[in-house]
Design a protein around this ligand. Structure first.
Ligand code: ADP
Ligand code: MG
Length: 411
């Protein structure tokens, strides 16, 4: 360690926070003592700080593997604003800029270096056990086909531990599914990884599911009560993000469509406008949101049902990061289930994904506390109903259990 500052002093000095969030301190201490670890913390739980703070205290540069090039610049800018020397390395940069980054690494001018998994191979020859403090693997579930967002480029990360056995490897994810956890540890070759499981309960998020009939008028009514608030509407297809955004604009709302079909520049512009409160409403595919640091998102609507609970949880979790009340609304229609099944038919891990879809459907059809159902999925149990979901607020009538199904099927 190169500093005598305590972790709490640095927390205040560089990040301006008075206390740690659950699990942060334990994770930081593990990293400071050189342990490998797997941290499962919900979206907004504060995973970044868990590797950023030890990076300041250890000698060498922390290498952060991060899946989205578009977000690296934001993260590095935020670190600079906190007085922390950091850089990123990816294919969007010119050769000159990349060389500059490598020189800064050589001269040990940076405490954190963000790299895309696809660019890792170019960086590896420049790394050694003296100039690297730790490896942080963000969105680590991307390594696993059991996860919900498999990215082939992540599978090569297993070589980090092999090549640098003495450097701690810390995997971070917001996915707690047990099969995925085991796979992450196995593929990263960190069998002794310390596991840190944070609670997945986000009490401030109101959970609501409605049948997917007449979605547009329902959304307009919802938005009229929420002028000035920021929110995200998730749709299944690129086309529907555009048509819905157009309809919202036609109804006097400031909305922007966002999907992977837009060029990089436009995407980062839309994202920045949202983060800086210039565009309050984003209508997006699931391409939007991973790693976005915006604390005042007040609501999330799922125009279509997500294909699994991991995705749903992650997407609703983008609201209410400031711990203030936030609203989430899922539209459930049988047509969506059919469409999702068709997508899944073409995917390589079909059976696994169908099982996940079925769990999502069960959640949407649940007649008791939504939070109990959601947390159960992640292996967590709460003793009482939450009081902050539709089923708790307005318990469904049990005299005819088929009512919701009928509504949904006629959507
Ligand atoms: P995650 O990656 O887990 O989704 P982030 O690392 O992006 O979450 O952190 C979410 C937000 O929480 C950020 O705005 C961050 O600054 C804030 N945060 C992190 N740790 C603390 C803390 N100890 N106290 C207050 N806010 C924190
Ligand atoms: Mg994050």
């Amino acid at each position: 360690m190169i500093t005598t500052d305590t972790t709490t002093t640095l927390l205040k000095k560089h990040f301006g926070f008075d206390s740690f969030r659950p699990n942060q301190e334990a994770i930081i201490n593990d990293l400071l003592s050189g342990k490998d670890l797997l941290a499962i913390m919900p979206t907004g739980g504060g995973k970044s700080l868990c590797f950023q703070l030890p990076a300041l205290m250890l000698s060498g540069t922390a290498i952060v593997i991060s899946p989205l090039i578009a977000l690296m610049k934001d993260q590095v800018d935020a670190l600079h604003a906190n007085g922390i020397p950091a850089a990123f390395y990816n294919s969007s940069q010119s050769i000159d800029t990349q060389n500059e980054v490598l020189q800064n690494l050589r001269e040990q001018n940076i405490k954190l270096l963000y790299v895309a998994p696809e660019s890792l191979n170019f960086l590896l020859p420049h790394l050694n056990e003296n100039n690297v403090s730790l490896f942080a693997i963000d969105e680590a579930h991307c390594i696993s086909a059991w996860g919900h967002d498999f990215r082939p480029a992540y599978t090569q990360l297993g070589k980090l531990k092999k090549q640098f056995p003495n450097i701690p490897v810390a995997a971070f994810t917001a996915t707690a599914d047990v099969a995925t956890q085991d796979d992450i540890v196995k593929q990263l070759h960190i069998p002794k990884a310390q596991k840190h499981l944070a609670s997945f309960d986000r009490k401030n998020l109101y959970l609501e599911v409605r049948p997917g009939t007449n979605r547009l008028p329902q959304i307009l009514r919802f938005l009229r009560n929420r002028k000035e608030e920021s929110g995200i509407i998730y749709c299944l297809s690129r086309r529907s993000t555009e048509t819905l955004a157009e309809k919202l604009v036609a109804n006097g709302f400031q909305a922007q469509a966002y999907h992977a079909g837009l060029d990089t520049e436009e995407r980062s512009r839309i994202q920045e406008d949202f983060v800086n409160d210039r565009t309050p409403i984003i209508v997006a595919t699931i391409a939007f949101g991973m790693g976005i640091d915006k604390s005042n998102v007040r609501w999330v609507i799922h125009y279509n049902m997500p294909k699994n609970i991991e995705g749903y949880y992650q997407e609703i979790g983008r609201s209410g990061r400031d711990s203030l009340p936030a609203q989430t609304l899922l539209f459930y229609s049988f047509a969506d289930v059919v469409k999702l099944r068709q997508f899944i038919e073409e995917s390589p891990n079909r059976e696994f994904q169908l099982a996940k879809l079925e769990r999502m459907q069960q959640f949407a059809e649940a007649l008791s506390c939504r939070r109990v159902a959601l947390l159960n999925y992640f292996g967590e149990h709460i003793s009482e109903d939450c009081g902050n979901c539709d089923n708790c607020k307005t318990p469904p009538q049990f005299f005819d259990g088929t009512v919701l199904t009928q509504k949904v099927c006629s959507a």
